[in-house]
Ligand binder design. Sequence first.
Ligand SMILES: Nc1ccn([C@@H]2O[C@H](COP(=O)(O)OP(=O)(O)OP(=O)(O)O)[C@@H](O)[C@H]2O)c(=O)n1
Length: 539
Amino acid sequence: MATTDTVQSNQYLKPTCAASCNCKGYRDVREASTQTDTKVQGHGPRLSKVNLFTLLSLWMELFPKEEPEDINQDVFTRGTGLVVVRDHKVVGLHCSGPELHVGQVAVIRHGPRLAASDLYFSRRPCATCLKMLINAGVSRISFWPGDPEMSLLAVRPNGTDSISQEAMLDAIASEKLKSNSRPHISVVVQPVDPGLQQFVEETSRRCDFMERVSGDDPDLDAGDFYWKQRRRNLDTFSEEFLIPHEQCHRDILTKIGLENFCMEPYFSNLRQNMRELVGILASVAASVPLLQHGFYRKDSQPATSEQRQPQGVSQEIARHCIVQARLLAYRTEDPKVGVGAVIWAEGKSGGCDGTGRLYLVGCGYNAYPVGSEYGEYPQMDNKEQDRQRRKYRYIIHAEQNALTFSPYRSTEMAERMQGEEARRSDEIREEENTMLFVTKCPCDECVPLIRGAGIKQIYTTDLDSGKDKGDISYLRFHGLQGVLKFIWQKSPLARRASEHAGLHLTNGCVGKHGRQPEQALQSNKRLRSATNPDLSPVC
Ligand SMILES: Nc1ccn([C@@H]2O[C@H](COP(=O)(O)OP(=O)(O)OP(=O)(O)O)[C@@H](O)[C@H]2O)c(=O)n1
C-alpha cells in the first residue's frame, strides 16, 4: 500500500534520512486520506511518527522554566529538547536543566533503559552528551538540522576567539564520535503530508479551546485573533529553530558533517520540510491562547477530600502540556476527531530536568487497537443508521492509550525490578500529584478509568460535558469526585472585567457600538499583564 510518506520518500526523503538510518517511522504509516474536509471523507492527513517526535522535541525545548537556566553561563550552549522513544512509543519528554544538558538528563533518568531507545533532539547534541549516549547503547539519535546545542551561530568568521574554538572543537569531537559509533546518528525530517499544514490550521482555528475563546467573547473576531497568534508564534519559532540565511545554514550543516544535505535539491527540500514543521508547531500553539483564558477550577466544584489538595501547575506549564496533547492528536486514527492525552506526575524529590520535578507517565492519541490494519474496523459515527458500522466500540481513546503505554509499566522495566518496587512501578504513585492533560472532555467510558488509575488532576475543556451522543456520552465528567478539574475558561479576573464592561454598556457609559476586534485585542493585552503574571499558579 503506497502511503503519501513513502511516495514522497522516493522523491527526496532519502537524503534527509541518513543512509545508515533504518527508520521504521515512515514504513509503518498507514494510508491516510489527503482530504482536508474531514467531515466528508475519511480522516485528514496525519503527522508521521518521526515528525511527531521531532515536533515534540522542538516544543520541549520551549518548556516554560521555573528556574533560570545557568547552563548558558557559556553563551554558546543552547537549551535543547529531547523525546525518548522505545518500541515506537514516547517514554520520555525532557529539556535541558539548570545545570545539565538534556542528553545528561536522559542518562540520569533512563539509565540502562536507553539501550533500546531512539532519541529525538531539537539540536545536534554536544560531544559531552553524545559520548554518554553512545556508551549507554542507544539505538538511534536523530536531531533537528538547525544550530547545534553548542551554537555554531556564535562562531566568529575568523574563528580565533575562545567561543569559536570551543564550538569548533565540539563539532569535530561530535563528528568523530558519530563516525565511530554503533548507533545511527542522523537527521530524520520527513516531508509533511500534502494538505497537513492546511488541515492543522483549520482544525486548530476551530478546536475546543478556540471555540471557548470565541464563545466567551462574541465581539472578538476569532479568526483574526487566531492568525495574529499564529503569526507571532511563527516569528518566534522561526528565530529559534530556523537559520534564515541559506549560506549560513550550509556552513553549519558542513561543520556538523551533513555536507550531503547542502546539495540541491536536497537542501531546498530540507529547508522546506523544516519550515513546514515549524509552521505546524506555530498553528497548534496558537490554538491554546493564554491571553484571557487559562485552566481554572469551576466555582461550583465541591471540595472532595480532607487531604491537602495539590496545587495546580502554572498556566504556562498547563498550556504547554495541552499543546503536547494537541500535537499527539494529529496522529489520530479516528475518521473525524483527533484527541491527544499526556500524563505527567510531580516527583517528590527535585529533578535534574528542565521540567523540574515533573516526569512523563504516559501519552497517547485515539486510535484503533495496536496492530490493526487501516479500514479493518468500522469507522462511521453516530449519524450512520447501522449501529454495527459505528466506530465507538473499537476506538481506544487518547486517555486509554496514555494509561496503557506508560513507560513505568513496560514489562522490560518490571523484569528489572523485584517485589514491592515492581508492584509500585506498576501503578501511579498515590503520594504524587499525577496530572492528565487531554484535548477533549473525558467521556463516560474514561471517567472511571481516570479515577481508578489515581489521577489527581485533569486539565481539559468541558465543551462536551453533559452531552449524550448515544454511542458516546459525556455525562459523568461533571460528577467526577476526588479529581481536581481545571477547565479551559476565562480567568476569574477577565470574567469580572467583562461583567464590569457589560454593566457599563447597559448603563450607556461606553459607546453604543460593540468593541472593535482590535480594541478587544488591546484590552486582551492589558488583561494579559494583569491576569497572567509569569508562571502564576493555576487556582
Ligand atoms: N476524552 C476523549 C473523548 C473522545 N475521544 C475520541 O473521540 C471520539 C468521539 O468524538 P465525538 O466528537 O464525541 O463524537 P463524533 O461522533 O466523532 O462527532 P460528533 O460530535 O459529530 O458526534 C471517540 O470515538 C474517541 O475516538 C477520545 O479519544 N477521548
